[in-house]
Ligand binder design. Sequence first.
Ligand code: TRP
Length: 331
Amino acid sequence: MNRVALTGIKPTGPPHIGNYLGMIKPALELARDHQALYFLADYHALTTVKNRDRLIQLTYEVAAAWVALGLNPEQVMFYRQSDIIEVFELTWILDCFTAKGMLNRAHAYKAVVDENLQAGRDPDKQINMGLYSYPVLMAADILLYGSHVVPVGLDQKQHLEMTRDIAMAFNKNYGDILVLPEASIKEEVMTIPGTDGRKMSASYNNTLPVFAPPAKLRKRVMRIVTDSKRPEDPKDPESCNVFAIFRHFAPPDTVESTRQKYIQGGLAYGEIKGELFELLDSTFGSAREKYNELLADRDEIDRILMKGAEEARAIAKPIIERVRQAVGVAK
Ligand code: TRP
């Protein structure tokens, strides 16, 4: 049988180039030779998104984005986390095998605690149980389907380690029931710079959004920070933010010839930025159209996600049944 690749996508906004290279593209590649289950982690988003319309809108946006960028719903089981209720049953069971001390060390939770302490506030201020037990729901997402490989960003590495720890604690008690998953992390594309040279991230407001209208995208590209070398000066491709993005989209021989032009001098930053814009526009132009079409047809997105949920549930059912039997709530 095919190995299972699974990942969750938290609906927090439309994707940028960093998300695409670091996560979306590798996940779609993995889907070619794995049984892929990719889902919208809407209940994870609920830890922070408390506005109903916004959660709905974000969920459709992210669903449309993945399909527009090439996720084939005939090949990938694409579903909403919240449609598979078995995951919440498994969450409780796993809760009973999760060390509280481990959750105390979870990065996302700890960051808020540390911020509170720094500011002299109650350490628990603004922290809900959803944020605290976030890693357990994520472990259930993964373990419910017998996942072998989980394509994620570097920021999720700790969550995958916790998932393995929880699964091992369960298996130690009941035998080999849960599959231990491996994270698949593309470290080399995790450091795509944003327009200001820091890591591209929505929270820095330095992104190149994949589906931005061309005029906006061009503006963003032109804003990418460079040093102040003149057109005729030799330049260093390796430290250039424009080149760091360009190299992922241009064909290999163009990357090489552009590298030479940097080193020799004579290439203006304005010129290479123009080329980068053209490349991005031609790479994502038709996906952008598809995205806008899909977003305007929520029924179509619902159909895709319901079909995915049915298929995913068929995988989850026997696994949750085995877990129930193992713990002694089913015969
Ligand atoms: N926590 C992940 C993120 O913030 C999203 C997620 C939820 C996930 N459940 C998952 C990722 C299961 C991989 C597997 O990006």
